[in-house]
Design a protein around this ligand. Structure first.
Ligand code: ACM
Length: 523
């Protein structure tokens, strides 16, 4: 902390019996020059600031849970008591639900004057999103672990904000390499601050089955025992899966479970011989090839198996979607693939879930409310739209987080492209495929496949900062997005990433710069 003029005054105030609030004007800060990502819809600066101090009170008349977490963190890092109040006064941060809000299910209004902060929204999710914005307006020290003796200024003005797309997701492949519950929770923490609202878990693949199915226990005891490279694998018990789902819900993140089929199924085929046409269990697989496995789609027992799997997982999953995979089933003939997808889709619907599947599923006749997950073939996505399916946008060439940044990146693949941060940022979902417009698009998802991703540092290195770029594509209308402007804001997230110990890729294309105290205190 530099001993700036305001901080010396604050120190004098602490020693005196007088409230200095009336005597010392808060610094003139420009809300328009802040570093909020994703960029809000509308920002009006009033050129002053609010100062959080020992007398600040918190009003939370609707008992919004997300507020409690925010206030606890602010108490911890500011050292202030922040008493709760029923009536807002001249030094109050107020959070309120407003049925009449025009900012929609996830939007919010943040109104900051030099005497009050008022955050209001139609829903608790909207309040949560507003809090994520407020976090980025506070000094970076808010993200730390201990009290810091600094000036807690927040620039004044008004933000009215809501997302462009309803679904803003990331995907974690826990099948190629397994990641513990604590890692999944850290991913949830890190992505939620950028207003990502969905985490798709790729739970099964050739290399491992990672979710306990009580009626078919060998899936995990045998099928989950290893991973790419041959080391020990792992799986989530049903209790652990429920714990992930519940934890995600506290951050307004919906879990989308994926069981990939009829291909990408070797772990199941190795666990239960009856799922194979020849009735013989396959060997466990620890390589990284794709497209060699398939359920025996003509066997009734396969559908009994799938019914049990979808039932058990759906019962633990409050979100609306079940992702049935469907990609790269190269050894399933199309005449078998299509009826398989149709029958499996009906099972998904039977257990109250909407079908989501990789773009190949559009070859089948899909039930109403299905989503085609575009990763590879535009023709498939269009076939989905022609049958009124929604499209979830994850083009491998732009959205796959496992693509290397360039040829020197220490991990990752490059079969689709090298994806530097500018390339990850500069695209528009509704302009990607002719004939697929905003109305057809459910949202944007950033998948991380884990062939080369072994630990949390690897995850962070590939996810950050590209997911931050994708978060703005999903949230901010394209007319307000601009790489030159984005890269400067992103560069100033350096301190935020570092205080959270995020092992991000320090792309040379981004002007990484600490957010100096002078900028915060005295711009
Ligand atoms: C995929 O990348 N096979 C969906």
């Amino acid at each position: 902390m530099k001993y700036t003029f305001p901080s010396i005054l604050a120190f004098i105030c602490m020693l005196s019996f007088f409230s200095c609030n009336e005597d010392v004007p808060n610094p003139a800060l420009d809300l328009g020059k802040t570093i909020i990502i994703p960029q809000p819809l509308k920002v009006e600066s009033t050129g002053s600031s609010f100062q959080i101090n020992s007398g600040t009170t918190v009003q939370n008349l609707n008992n919004i849970k997300a507020v409690d977490g925010f206030v606890a963190q602010l108490k911890k890092t500011s050292g202030f008591n922040l008493e709760s109040t029923k009536t807002s006064n001249e030094n109050t941060i107020s959070f309120s639900l407003d049925e009449a809000s025009e900012m929609g299910a996830e939007g919010y209004t943040l109104d900051i004057t030099d005497t009050q902060i008022n955050l209001s929204a139609k829903t608790e999710h909207g309040i949560f999103n507003g809090i994520q914005t407020l976090r980025q307006l506070l000094p970076t020290e808010f993200e730390g672990e201990k009290p810091e003796n600094i000036n807690w200024y927040v620039p004044s003005g008004k933000i009215s904000d809501k997302p462009e797309y309803a679904y803003r997701g990331s995907m974690l492949d826990v099948a190629r390499h397994f990641f513990e519950v604590k890692d999944v929770k850290r991913v949830i923490d890190l992505i939620a601050q950028y207003k990502i609202n969905t985490l798709h878990l790729h739970l099964t693949d050739d290399q491992g089955w990672r979710i306990e199915i009580k009626s078919w226990p060998n899936l995990t005891t045998h099928g989950g025992s290893t991973q790419v490279g041959g080391e020990a694998g792992g799986f989530y018990t049903q209790e652990q899966y429920k714990d992930i789902v519940a934890y995600a819900a506290t951050k307004f993140i919906t879990i989308v479970p994926e069981v990939d089929m009829p291909g990408h199924t070797n772990a199941a085929l190795a666990s239960y011989p009856e799922l194979n046409c020849d009735g013989k269990a396959t060997k466990l697989y620890t390589g990284t090839e794709v497209g060699f496995s398939t359920f025996c789609t003509s066997k009734e027992v396969v559908y009994k198996f799938i019914d049990d799997v979808i039932r058990e997982i759906s019962e633990m999953t409050p979100g609306p979607y079940f992702h049935l995979g469907g990609d790269e089933s190269h050894v399933t003939e199309m005449k078998d693939y299509i009826p398989f997808i149709e029958r499996t889709s009906a099972i998904v619907n039977k257990y109250g879930k909407q079908v989501m599947g990789w773009d190949e599923i559009a070859h089948a006749k899909l039930p109403a409310n299905s989503t085609v997950h575009y990763w590879n073939k535009a023709e498939n996505a269009k076939m989905g739209v022609e049958q009124n399916a929604k499209v979830l946008i994850s083009p491998a060439t732009k959205a796959y987080l496992d693509m290397q940044y360039d040829s020197t990146t220490r991990i990752g693949l490059h079969w689709a492209a090298y994806v530097e941060v500018d390339s990850a940022y500069m695209w528009e979902p509704s302009e990607l495929v002719e004939g697929i417009t905003k109305e057809n698009i459910l949202g944007v998802e950033s998948p991380l496949w884990s062939e080369t991703v072994v630990n949390m540092d690897d995850i962070e290195y590939l996810v950050f900062p590209r997911l931050i770029a994708h978060s703005e594509i999903g949230w901010t209308p394209s007319k307000f997005r601009n790489w030159e402007n984005f890269k400067v804001r992103l560069g100033k997230h350096k301190d935020r990433l570092e205080i959270q110990n995020v092992d991000y890729y320090p792309s040379k294309l981004v002007p990484w710069a600490p957010l100096t105290k002078v900028e915060v205190d005295n711009p």
